[in-house]
Design a protein around this ligand. Structure first.
Ligand SMILES: Nc1ncnc2c1ncn2[C@@H]1O[C@H](COP(=O)(O)OP(=O)(O)OP(=O)(O)O)[C@@H](O)[C@H]1O
Ligand SMILES: [Mg+2]
Length: 358
């Protein structure tokens, strides 16, 4: 339940017509309820807080036509439906992203005091850990269109004039509010080592950094990379926020499996064995293994997923990723079972939910 102070603050801000404060407090309450596991209540609070926002402050979807001309060849527009709650993230990353949403919505309030919302975000980390999904969720949460910039196509197709084309993208960033996603930005940095492309890639990277510096518009720019270590400081310091994604821990693995297996009976699962077998895999792999186990259950006319189903599916994913020994389900199971016997037991606790954002 909300504390007396929170309730007083909520009523007072409403009475005083301070919609910004009201919104902040409502979102804090929602975060506190989510942390206690009251997800439905948290979602309802969020919806009411959003509904209470003045239309000008709330991000109404920008009326965009699909990008035209050259832009259409390397800018893909969509309106994602995902929300931040769709992504399973460590609390500190979830908090930062939630705060970006608040800062973006409270832009005017910040600007009154000479402050700016953070808008340039770099997400780094191994494949399949939710970087692209986070960018989609941020757009979905803000109800901004998402524009994915196809960097690779841009570089190869417009050799020699990439920087000019990049300027078109940054013009769009300035004029059309949205979340602009530069996925796998290391394509630029990595290409610096590629004999032929050295000059071109360096020009593009330099232009990118320069445009990023100059941009003061209302859009959010998100870059992602698997290889943060090859991005030099000149690149990193251009971003307002750099978040490092990691492979999921035991609690995140369990959450990913539970979410994906809603509608199936999983009450008899040996979580310790399942999680032990999943550690080291990405969230994307864990989700894929859950789907694989679910497909097999459906085809076998079962609604119950067994430990063997999941362990076998996970083991196949491990094998595909070159992790541990793979093989047929029987061998796989014994491998994971052996591993779980020799490993230190993994404490399986439900993950801490997102904290209040302020
Ligand atoms: N943290 C996560 N929470 C929930 N689902 C996730 C998460 N990470 C990955 N997934 C699942 O895996 C899919 C792929 O994830 P995503 O594309 O976001 O990974 P990525 O980090 O961008 O990988 P890459 O570096 O290969 O581009 C998602 O659509 C989702 O189904
Ligand atoms: Mg990605």
């Amino acid at each position: 339940m909300a504390s007396a102070q929170q309730l007083i603050g909520l009523v007072k801000s409403h009475a005083e017509g301070d919609s910004g404060r009201f919104y902040d407090l409502a979102m804090q309450l929602s975060a506190a309820e989510e942390q206690k596991g009251h997800t439905r209540l948290a979602e309802q609070l969020r919806q009411w807080a959003n509904a209470g926002q003045a239309p000008s402050a709330l991000a109404t979807p920008t009326a965009i036509a699909a990008p035209r001309g050259d832009l259409a060849q390397f800018l893909l527009a969509s309106y994602p439906s995902e929300r931040l709650s769709s992504v399973i993230l460590p609390t500190h990353i979830g908090d930062e992203l939630a705060h970006i949403v608040v800062e973006t919505r409270m832009r005017e309030k910040l600007e009154e005091k000479g402050l700016k919302p953070r808008r340039r975000i770099l997400l780094s980390g191994p494949p399949g850990t939710g970087k692209t999904l986070s960018a989609h969720s941020l757009a979905g949460e803000l109800q901004f269109p998402l524009f994915s910039v196809m960097l690779h196509g841009l570089i190869t197709k417009f050799m020699g004039e990439t920087a000019q084309k990049l300027k078109l993208v940054f013009d769009a960033i300035k004029s059309t509010r949205g979340v602009y996603l530069f996925d796998e930005i290391d394509a630029l940095a990595a290409a610096r080592g590629d004999g032929n492309d050295v000059g071109e890639a360096r020009r593009v990277l330099n232009s990118f950094l320069q445009f990023l510096d100059e941009d003061t518009g209302p859009s959010i720019v998100i870059a992602t990379t698997n290889l943060a270590e090859i991005l030099d400081r000149a690149v990193l310091r251009r971003f307002d926020l750099v978040l490092s994604y990691e492979l999921p821990d035991a609690a995140s693995i369990r959450e990913a499996l539970e979410r994906r297996l809603i509608g199936f009976s999983i009450s008899r699962l040996s979580w310790e064995k399942v999680i032990d077998c999943a550690l080291g895999l990405s969230t994307a792999d864990v989700v894929a293994a859950a789907e694989d186990a679910a497909r097999r259950a459906v085809l076998g006319d079962r609604i119950s997923i067994t430990t063997l189903d999941l362990v076998s599916s996970l083991e196949r994913r491990r094998s595909l990723q070159g992790l541990g020994r793979g093989g047929d389900a029987k061998e796989s199971t014994s491998f994971c079972a052996k591993k779980s016997r020799s490993a230190t037991p993994v404490p399986v606790q439900r993950r801490g939910r997102r904290k209040a954002t302020e």
